[in-house]
Write a protein that binds this ligand. Structure first.
Ligand code: FES
Length: 280
């Protein structure tokens, strides 16, 4: 059993949990994810790792209520437990695996949208711990939906915040900020974009134009998380890839976002019905 040590509401329908999972905490790296299961009947839920503390043996996860299982999960509190907390799964972030001297010479831009700020955070924190200053853009629909701003401010070289409705920071989408940075003449060697698929699609269209190689972290529907079921398959260039074992990071300029969004859409209606059943 894996005990929830802390549970915090970050924004409407977005929660943070610190879970005691020493073996995962010992082995995980930024970019990886876990699959959790609440009990015997529970669905397997893939969640990206937001933070970890190897000495305390804890892993921090952030999730948004998107379906019946995450709705149930939001009802768990400190001292409740997960039956399974499996990980670390997937490949660590490409940049974290790079040679440190090469990495230190690069100008890196991180772009996070909505709950995508959670998986961006451990990467930026890791960079900060290696003495690498990176630029970070975080965006949300409005000020209330913005998460982890204070935490990010402590580890980012420069932090740019924007909201779609202009209620905080720069008014507009993350692409507005990237365009502004490009207009000022800031040149980046690589961009990492994580957020809703539609956001990553538009960031990639822009960074392609700006000729900035871009890494995205894909979050398709997952079932087994071991490359066996095919649920998380994606078209990346000429190849079919599985996000759970080949990713979750891919070359954003090669990902077929339209196909990935269509596949995600197929599950939406059933998820909506399941949420209503849980709320009844
Ligand atoms: Fe089954 Fe990736 S989740 S193949």
């Amino acid at each position: 059993m894996y005990t929830i040590l802390e549970r915090r509401k970050l924004a409407d329908q977005i929660y943070l949990m610190v879970v005691h999972a020493p073996r995962v905490a010992k082995a995980c790296k930024p970019g990886q994810f876990v699959i959790v299961k609440m009990d015997e009947e529970g669905e397997r839920i893939p969640l990206t790792i937001c933070d970890y503390d190897r000495s305390a043996g804890t892993v921090t996860i952030v999730f948004q209520v998107v379906g019946a299982s995450t709705e149930r999960m939001a009802g768990l509190y400190g001292e409740d437990t997960f039956m399974d907390f499996v990980g670390p799964l997937g490949c660590p972030s490409e940049l974290v695996e790079e040679d440190l001297d090469t990495l230190k010479k690069k100008k890196i831009l991180f772009v996070a949208g909505g709950v995508g700020t959670a998986p961006v955070y451990p990467q930026v924190k890791w960079m900060h711990q290696q003495g690498i200053d990176v630029d970070v853009v975080i965006g949300a629909k409005n000020h209330e939906m913005l998460i982890l701003e204070d935490e990010m401010r402590q580890v980012a070289g420069r932090l740019y915040v924007c909201t779609d409705d202009g209620s905080y920071g720069t008014p507009g989408m993350v692409t507005t900020v990237i365009e502004e940075l490009a207009d000022k003449g800031t040149k980046y060697d690589v961009c990492v974009a994580i957020g809703p698929m539609i956001m990553m699609k538009f960031v990639c269209l822009l960074t392609k134009e700006l000729e900035i190689p871009t890494i995205v972290s894909m979050n398709p529907i997952m079932v087994d998380g071991t490359g066996m079921c095919g649920a998380c398959r994606l078209q990346v260039g000429d190849e079919v890839k599985f996000a759970c074992v080949d990713g979750p990071e891919f070359d954003g300029h090669l990902v077929d976002f339209d196909q990935a969004m269509k596949r995600q859409q197929m599950y939406k209606t059933e998820e909506g019905r399941a949420v209503l059943r849980v709320r009844e």
